[in-house]
Ligand binder design. Structure first.
Ligand code: G1P
Length: 288
């Protein structure tokens, strides 16, 4: 199995980050000085992905503009001696082949993924959720692709979370296979404490076979009245083998304010140019 295509569902309304997200897509909020979405795309490209479909909506055209050329701006930068910046802008647009499709109605993650059917065709594909930003040595998607290729099947990525946290994610019934890889026997979305299958939560990264599309078409609305990807995954793992990777990464949920601020601080501290200054600034402020 070779995975060359990725789907990024980015049609959500961003209600946890209002008021900023009233007019700026949450995926375009800057984490230090790059939009959140760029980190996701860099992870995909660093993992070997070539074609990327962004599932968007009518209020989020800033995303397709960002991954396009901007000749007037580039020209201005060249003329004022900022060649490096001009090249950087172009390299962002050249990182991958970008495709877009709109989710015309907000009917859930499973419904958004179903919009990717024509793009995906008959190949395995990756899904990266736009809120989940990873800090890791090996790109998280690469960790999943290695397992998917090795076991020749679908793969979900996640981590163990606390008893209090599991109700915010999907919970899995898993058995160990090898190292950080498990076999998935069952999965459910945002379980109550009684419904919980384990504390292993699927978070933000998937490699799926195209079998998921027929399944999603037949999946009725679940939690919150939405078509849930997780319900589709529950059917898929009963029909065909599915593995889970306990990925090696620090994960940030940038879709809520605390996660967003935490990611901002950690990514700024890691920067060679501003990191040392920022560390001193925080120490100074914390000492007050
Ligand atoms: C979504 C998925 C859920 C997953 C979570 C984190 O939920 O539905 O299964 O665990 O992302 O990746 P959301 O955070 O959009 O409510």
């Amino acid at each position: 199995m070779k995975v060359k295509k990725a789907v990024i569902p980015a049609a959500g309304l961003g209600t946890r980050m209002l008021p900023a997200t009233k007019t700026v897509p949450k995926e375009m909020l800057p984490l230090v000085d790059k939009p959140v979405l760029q980190y996701i795309i860099e992870e995909a490209v660093d993992s070997g992905i070539e074609d990327i479909l962004i599932v968007t909506n009518r209020a989020k055209t800033a995303m397709d503009d960002y991954f396009d050329y901007y000749p007037e701006l580039e020209h201005r930068l060249w003329r004022s001696g900022k060649a490096e910046q001009a090249r950087e802008l172009r390299s962002v647009a050249d990182m991958a082949n970008f495709f877009y499709v709109r989710q015309r109605e907000t009917k859930g993650l499973g419904h958004a993924i179903a919009r990717a059917r024509r793009f995906v065709g008959d190949e395995p594909f990756a899904v990266l959720l736009g809120d989940d930003i990873m800090m890791s040595e090996t790109p998280v998607l690469r960790q999943l692709m290695d397992a998917a290729e090795r076991y020749d099947c679908s793969c979900v990525g996640g981590q163990y979370v606390s008893d209090e946290a599991i109700g915010a994610y999907s919970s899995t019934k898993i058995v160990p296979l090898k190292g950080r890889v498990y076999e998935v026997l069952d999965i459910n979305e945002k379980p109550s404490p009684e419904e919980k299958l384990s504390n292993f939560a699927v978070m933000g990264r998937y490699v799926l076979t195209p079998d998921i599309f027929d399944i999603l078409d037949a999946t009725p609305p679940g939690r919150n009245g939405e078509i849930q990807l997780t319900d589709g995954l529950a059917s898929l793992c009963r029909q065909k083998r599915m593995v889970a990777v306990d990925y090696d990464a620090r994960r940030y949920d940038t879709g809520n304010l605390r996660g967003f601020l935490e990611a901002t601080v950690d990514f700024a501290l890691r920067r060679e140019d501003i990191g040392p200054w920022f560390r001193e600034l925080i120490a100074d402020r914390a000492g007050r």
